[in-house]
Design a protein around this ligand. Sequence first.
Ligand code: FES
Ligand SMILES: [Fe+2]
Length: 444
Amino acid sequence: MARKPANAARLAELPVHTGPGTPGGDLLRRYWQPVALSSDVLEGGAPLPLKIMSEDLVLFRGGDGRVGLLALRCSHRQADLSYGRVEDGGLRCVYHGWLFDTTGACLQQPGEPEGGAHRDRIRQVSYRCVERGGAVWAYMGPGEAPLFPAYPAINAPEEFRFAHRWHSNCNYLQGNEGNIDPVHTSYLHSFKPEEESRHDALKTGVTQDIFGVDTAPTLSLRDVRWGLRLLTERRIPENGKTLLRVTNFVMPNGCAIGGAETPFGTGGASMFWHVPIDDTSHYRMEFTFHSKAPLPKAVMEARYRDEMDEKGMPKRNPANRYMQDREAMHRSYIGMGRSFPSHDLFITESQGAIIDRSAENLATSDIAIVRSRRLLLQALEDIRAGRDPLGVDRDAARNDYRDLLVLTETIEADADVDAYLKTMEAKDIYRLDLKKPLTPQLSP
Ligand code: FES
Ligand SMILES: [Fe+2]
């Protein structure tokens, strides 16, 4: 039965706004955030102007190959550093030649007496960066950065993973709420099975058969140290067994969901982070991984490029009504092609730049959304109380995420699901296998 949120007042506290000084901004800044793809800043290439959580920044790669993330405006008189010169171990402002290194230290002030005797007093705002999984991750919070979580999907060698970024014109929080809503896949993404191919299965990470099995699955949740584990159980009428999918909410703006494990078997996962640009737009940073075989990245890249314009923006947008083909709706639910990410961008943008949650009527199938909001509110309280929020880890002994299961498995209907999950955790399903060739042959 539909019901209104139990405590509507608390909805207003959700971390929707993420600019500096907002509670939501304070929360997201406590976690490593993927702010760009590594390929956005090539050695010898131009600095990249970037807005993250309403802060204007510039990302550059110095001559030593290391990346730096600085405030966009020069500490001297606020010129735009993205037009600067990458040289002499840093980024040099082209107004008066001040040179900043990746830590924000001012190395030179060539127009000042003695080359800038007081330059030590100048510090450009800078954020610590690491490169993992084909992306640049920044820690924009206070104090010591937490450990970078050892996610198998992110830390694997390059041939096992693929990173991509989408630009989305809506608030990040509703973007990620779409990932922890397993029922929508049976509707928004559905199309007639004969329309499907392995090709599409790889691109989207799921197959239509899976969603068509039972369009009103049973959902349940488990509390885990990274957020929530979602269990989606679908009844398979042919054999009476259960199709179990395991996906995850990863605090506070991420998920680990179905990916290459569907076409290639156990041992794969996709992780997304929805990183705010400002309060009404964000990047969906996608990481696809499989531990048992190198991914056919040329095919994946081509399929993404099909959905992007020459500026890297989604071709489907409100100006062209997301290129909806109503004639095609007899074979696909929404008539917008078969790119699942494009479907997701469309539907979450259609909710409004910032969804009006007070007008929602949450239903049984929204349990993960309800619970994730509680976790976010609790995390805000933890920060206010001076505690690390859920998912921030500083203990190296605990920094092991091999139990962050993403599964699509057929199990007996009467199986003890929790015991089954324990078995799968013990199996170390993400152990890399460099020997097995990729079975499905995919062509562009
Ligand atoms: S404004 Fe950058 S050096 Fe003067
Ligand atoms: Fe989706």
